[in-house]
Design a protein around this ligand. Structure first.
Ligand SMILES: *[C@@H]1O[C@H](CO)[C@@H](O)[C@H](O)[C@H]1NC(C)=O
Ligand SMILES: *[C@@H]1O[C@H](CO)[C@@H](O)[C@H](O)[C@H]1NC(C)=O
Ligand SMILES: *[C@@H]1O[C@H](CO)[C@@H](O)[C@H](O)[C@H]1NC(C)=O
Ligand SMILES: *[C@@H]1O[C@H](CO)[C@@H](O)[C@H](O)[C@H]1NC(C)=O
Ligand SMILES: *[C@@H]1O[C@H](CO)[C@@H](O)[C@H](O)[C@H]1NC(C)=O
Ligand SMILES: *[C@@H]1O[C@H](CO)[C@@H](O)[C@H](O)[C@H]1NC(C)=O
Ligand SMILES: *[C@@H]1O[C@H](CO)[C@@H](O)[C@H](O)[C@H]1NC(C)=O
Ligand SMILES: *[C@@H]1O[C@H](CO)[C@@H](O)[C@H](O)[C@H]1NC(C)=O
Ligand SMILES: *[C@@H]1O[C@H](CO)[C@@H](O)[C@H](O)[C@H]1NC(C)=O
Ligand SMILES: *[C@@H]1O[C@H](CO)[C@@H](O)[C@H](O)[C@H]1NC(C)=O
Length: 418
């Protein structure tokens, strides 16, 4: 009797386990594919009769047939991400970028606690970023850029010491940058540009000592930039264009400055251009257009031998244009217009790559230097509204074939154009 019972039990067990042929990860993926609309080229291969999903298009497994990666980037996927995603307990890599996926991020995504790399960029996702994503404690890369996420950045999201890359740009995120930003001590890149973020840049950012890329442009951030930025010695790219930052530039990089791009254009920054910028020998782009900067342009700018863009237009800078600028031999764009610069136009004969020179709307006097287009690279020259006199140099008119626009009106120039 006992033997018969065990016999039946065994048979029952066999029947149940074979009818459940597909692994639990495979079942989760099949459930996921009910809301996530896969193109037939991918879906054709996701067969319920397989024992594991490990050979399915886009799916990767570990040695024990657990799904560790799902990569469906740029595959014309539509629909939305269902809560079943949270059942993929071993998932390390989830890449769904460049598709037409809409709807919300399900909070269950936070259950994929092994996730290291998450890329949902360039889709049609909306709603807020769920706070449960703060549970993804192992993640090192988070890409949510170019979607339509709104609401605030959850404080929890940044409580992660392994996150190295955070790309949230190109959404409609509002509210402030959480103070917990300082807990991302491994952070290398923080891209939050093109959102509606407001409030200050938290001083805790100074704890992100490995940060190299900080993109804040096109938001509504305000207040003074934090002094603690001085702690981020390896900062290479810092662009805060088109915000409402006020106050002076309170941080400094005295030694081994690594800045390559430093742009604060279209803010309300006042005070002087810091002379420590001369330590930033790798600087390629310096832009402070449309602020309230005053004082002189520091001579130390002339030490920046890799500088290609120097854009200081629309401030209240005074004093002479430092002749040392002609040491910046790679300079292509030099725009100092709409300031109160005085003195003469320096000899720029060394600037053998110069394409665009705008010194308009200043109080420069003296004559136009004869060699201003000596290397025939100049395309745009604007000296409008100064106090220049003397004649227009012959070679500028006759030999500067590269020149496309020449604006000299509102000066005291004499002689003819021919
Ligand atoms: C699914 O397609 C991929 C590539 O097209 C192939 O490598 C894989 O073996 C296929 N899997 C199954 C289960 O047929
Ligand atoms: C998204 O859908 C639009 C309209 O159907 C289509 O033109 C576009 O190619 C799709 N984009 C992607 C990445 O699948
Ligand atoms: C999965 O995520 C949801 C939403 O965040 C949560 O309520 C639930 O407890 C989680 N389940 C497990 C098993 O972790
Ligand atoms: C986010 O957008 C949705 C519509 O997509 C809207 O219903 C919701 O109120 C918005 N939330 C916030 C905080 O703006
Ligand atoms: C980060 O920096 C702030 C101020 O700069 C400090 O008060 C805080 O304790 C630091 N630590 C963390 C983990 O944010
Ligand atoms: C400045 O940023 C806002 C978003 O805060 C954006 O709407 C606007 O177009 C930007 N202005 C320019 C000139 O790019
Ligand atoms: C200047 O640029 C060149 C070429 O990109 C690079 O090799 C060099 O290291 C740069 N100089 C400095 C001081 O960064
Ligand atoms: C800065 O830009 C604003 C808006 O474009 C403009 O009204 C203002 O005159 C500019 N400031 C200077 C100093 O040119
Ligand atoms: C041009 O020169 C005349 C006479 O020297 C002077 O009165 C006038 O202010 C000058 N104009 C400009 C724009 O500097
Ligand atoms: C230009 O103006 C200065 C005074 O500002 C004068 O000394 C000089 O002679 C003028 N040069 C010419 C060529 O008119």
């Amino acid at each position: 009797m006992k033997l018969v019972f065990w016999h039946w039990f065994f048979l029952f067990f066999v029947l149940v386990s074979t009818s459940q042929g597909m692994s639990s990860d495979g079942l989760a993926l099949l459930a996921l594919s009910k809301s996530l609309v896969l193109p037939s080229s991918i879906r054709s291969n996701w067969s319920a009769s397989d024992a594991t999903p490990c050979a399915w298009n886009g799916v990767g497994c570990n040695g024990r047939n657990r799904v560790i990666s799902l990569d469906l980037s740029s595959s014309e996927v539509e629909g939305f991400i269902g809560p079943e995603i949270g059942r993929l307990k071993y998932l390390q890599i989830l890449i769904l970028s460049g598709n037409n996926i809409s709807g919300l991020i399900p909070p269950e995504l936070g259950n994929c606690s092994m996730l290291e790399q998450l890329d949902l960029s360039q889709n049609l996702l909306s709603g807020s970023i769920p706070a449960s994503m703060g549970n993804l404690k192992k993640s090192s890369a988070l890409s949510l850029y170019y979607n339509s996420f709104n609401g605030t950045i959850p404080e929890e999201l940044f409580k992660n010491q392994f996150l190295e890359q955070v790309y949230l740009n190109g959404n409609q995120l509002s509210g402030s940058i959480p103070f917990s930003v300082g807990e991302m001590t491994s952070l290398k890149a923080l891209w939050v540009h093109e959102n509606m973020l407001s409030g200050v840049l938290p001083s805790s950012i100074g704890n992100c000592t490995k940060l190299e890329e900080l993109y804040l442009l096109d938001n509504q951030l305000s207040g003074s930039l934090p002094e603690t930025l001085s702690e981020i010695k390896g900062l290479k790219f810092f662009d805060a264009t088109n915000n409402s930052f006020t106050g002076e530039i309170p941080f400094s990089f005295e030694k081994n400055c690594k800045l390559e791009i430093f742009i604060l254009s279209f803010n309300y920054i006042k005070g002087e251009i810091p002379s420590w910028l001369g330590n930033c020998r790798s600087l390629q782009q310096l832009g402070f257009v449309n602020n309230s900067l005053s004082g002189k342009i520091p001579n130390s700018i002339g030490l920046l031998s890799n500088l290609t863009y120097l854009l200081l237009s629309q401030n209240s800078l005074s004093g002479p244009i430092p002749p040392e600028i002609s040491n910046c031999r790679l300079l292509q764009w030099l725009e100092l217009d709409a300031n109160q610069l005085e003195g003469t136009v320096p000899e720029f004969g060394n600037l053998v790559n110069l394409k665009r020179l705008d010194l308009s709307h200043n109080i420069l006097h003296g004559s136009i230097p004869p060699n201003i287009c000596s290397r025939k690279t100049l395309r745009y020259l604007n000296l409008e509204s100064n106090r220049l006199n003397g004649s227009i140099p012959h070679d500028l008119v006759l030999e500067c074939q590269s020149l496309e626009r020449l604006i000299l009106r509102d000066n005291n120039l004499s002689g003819s154009i021919m």
